[in-house]
Design a protein around this ligand. Structure first.
Ligand SMILES: [Zn+2]
Length: 105
């Protein structure tokens, strides 16, 4: 699994999807759903700040019925090794997150 610092992760996201974090696309390791924070805002009652924090760890199915599944990267089985580990800058904590989506929706 790719392990990187928060800064490296951010830089890669910008390289792939551009500066606008709401358009960064992540893929659920369980059901393969590709999702952005904007999807969360448009399809659920979530605000953009919450959406931006949920999109890389929670499948949209946790918040929207009939879409995706209920997987979360912070659960017991993480991302089955399909995700990434991001190292938090403040305390060095390792956070498991969904991988970036490799294809556009
Ligand atoms: Zn899913």
């Amino acid at each position: 699994m790719i392990k990187q610092t928060l800064e490296e992760w951010r830089n890669e996201a910008i390289e792939r999807f551009g500066e606008s974090a709401r358009e960064w696309a992540f893929q659920c390791p369980k059901c393969g759903n590709v999702q952005t924070a904007l999807d969360f805002v448009e399809k659920s009652v979530m605000g953009l700040n919450d959406a931006a924090n949920a999109v890389y760890q929670e499948c949209i199915g946790r918040h929207v019925e009939g879409d995706g599944c209920n997987w979360a990267a912070y659960g017991l089985f993480g991302t089955f090794g399909k995700g990434r580990i991001v190292i938090a800058p403040d305390d060095g904590r390792e956070v498991e997150v969904f991988d970036f989506a490799t294809e556009q929706k």
